[in-house]
Design a protein around this ligand. Structure first.
Ligand SMILES: Cc1cc2nc3c(=O)[nH]c(=O)nc-3n(C[C@H](O)[C@H](O)[C@H](O)COP(=O)(O)OP(=O)(O)OC[C@H]3O[C@@H](n4cnc5c(N)ncnc54)[C@H](O)[C@@H]3O)c2cc1C
Length: 404
């Protein structure tokens, strides 16, 4: 298999089947219940940990050991085909792990990523805390401050983070903070807040439109003191970077942005899983449901909707897999990661909406899963960079102009 082949290898086919079976047998049957309960599904994530689907080893297998880039999108499409809320309950910790991998030293990655996941018998959770109440897309507007206390070699964090997946229930919080407010987004650094640290707490828990099994809350840091060693990348590197930026030389790209760029094709694959679930369900329904004495799929208007859904899903998968391969070979040219995420979010929203249409009145009720999938799909136009932010990234990449 060449590096840019779209063919899955034997291991990937097995991975796909394994996760598909788990999605079908362990996710689909409980998805409605956890959507209604709107709380973090600990027993489910514990079950996933027991079979090796939640844990740093699993993440390393699909993200690092796989050299083709395709294992991650293949795994996530199947998982989110099962259910997006439960899928996010498994994957939320991955945001923290990616944040550590993006900014931490090798030693920090080895020390903290396993702690984000815990063990199969005692799971832990991680949270990546970047967004704030007054600054989501506008990362230059973050206000949460980190001040260095030289006397004790500690960092002191103060401020509030908003919309944080696993926020407040996580064991390890990765927090993006302002260390030099005059440098905008170039004055940020990322920190680990270890388990049991005083001064970190959960603020409001949000009541959401979809992915309700995933916990989303504010995180409040009030004179939260962490050891100097919890600065990701280390103080020496930070001081060097800040000095370069102050001299007007380009600094490294911002910590939060690095994390988002690396994860976009994976997020696209999640949206793709929801789109495919809706398509498959409505295709079967359209073959069964009779109106005017014939199956509704015999009407072109219904069949063509399904033809469009199938075409969009195939196109999205190609874009997503290619973006994942380019991400692996560090070959992004025209923001293909953002293209995949933009397209997949839209396709998921559109496919799930069409699925409701195909199911008619039944599609609008909670008796059938398509309305839940539609609610779940919408988040993919919003988090990990909104639709408009992806357009901004793509338009800058293709034009070389700093579009505003
Ligand atoms: C369920 C959920 C889970 C989340 N999980 C996390 C998490 O784990 N960690 C984390 O850090 N964050 C998380 N987020 C936050 C998420 O990333 C932000 O909500 C998102 O980045 C948008 O920010 P905002 O909500 O402040 O919207 P805003 O940035 O205020 O945007 C509002 C609208 O304005 C548009 N807009 C803004 N700026 C521009 C511009 N320059 N050009 C054109 N249009 C623009 C946006 O596209 C959007 O339509 C989560 C959010 C949700 C809802």
């Amino acid at each position: 298999m060449t590096e840019h082949s779209m063919t899955l290898n034997e291991d990937q086919l097995q991975l796909q089947k394994w996760i598909h079976d788990f999605a079908e047998n362990s996710m689909r049957p409980i998805a409605e219940e956890w959507d209604e309960r709107e709380e973090f599904p600990f027993p489910f994530v514990e079950e996933a940990a027991q079979i090796g689907l939640y844990g740093w080893e699993f993440m390393a297998e699909i993200m690092i050991n796989d050299k083709t880039g395709l294992s991650t999108p293949v795994a996530l499409e199947e998982m989110f085909w099962g259910d997006a809320g439960l899928g996010m309950a498994i994957m939320g910790t991955g945001l923290a792990a990616a944040g550590i991998a993006a900014s931490g030293t090798k030693e920090q990655v080895m020390e903290w990523v396993p702690q984000c996941y815990g063990t199969a018998d005692k799971i832990a959770l991680g949270a990546f805390c970047a967004s704030e109440p007054d600054a989501g897309s506008d990362v230059g507007g973050y206000r949460l401050r980190a001040k260095y206390d030289e006397a004790t070699d500690e960092w002191v964090l103060n401020g509030t983070k908003a919309w944080i997946t696993n926020g407040g229930i996580a064991d390890v919080h990765v927090v993006v903070a302002v260390v030099d407010s005059e440098l905008g987004s170039k004055g940020h650094a990322s920190f680990i807040v270890p388990p049991g640290t005083k001064g970190i707490s959960q603020g409001q828990k949000y009541k959401k439109h979809g992915i309700k099994a995933s916990h989303t809350a504010e995180v409040v840091l009030d004179d939260c003191r962490i050891p100097g060693s919890c600065l990701l990348g280390g103080k020496e590197k930070l001081d060097e970077r800040l000095a370069r930026v102050r001299e007007g030389k380009p600094g490294n790209s911002q910590a939060a942005m690095q994390t988002f760029e690396a994860t976009r094709p994976a997020v696209a694959a999640q949206a793709l899983g929801i789109a495919r679930a809706a398509y498959e369900y409505s295709l079967e329904y359209a073959k069964e449901r009779k109106a005017f004495g014939r199956a509704i799929i015999e009407n072109q208007s219904i069949a063509f909707m399904l033809a469009d859904m199938a075409t969009e899903i195939e196109a999205t998968r190609l874009l997503t897999w290619r973006a994942a391969q380019l991400g692996k070979s560090k070959g992004f040219k025209n923001a293909e990661g953002s293209m995949a995420k933009l397209k997949a979010g839209r396709v998921a929203v559109h496919s799930t909406e069409r699925a409701i249409q195909i199911l008619g009145g039944y599609g609008y009720t909670r008796e059938y899963p398509v309305e839940r999938w539609h609610r779940d799909a919408k988040i993919f136009d919003i988090f990990e960079g909104t639709e408009q932010i992806q357009q901004l990234v793509i338009s800058r990449a293709i034009s070389g102009i700093r579009i505003k």
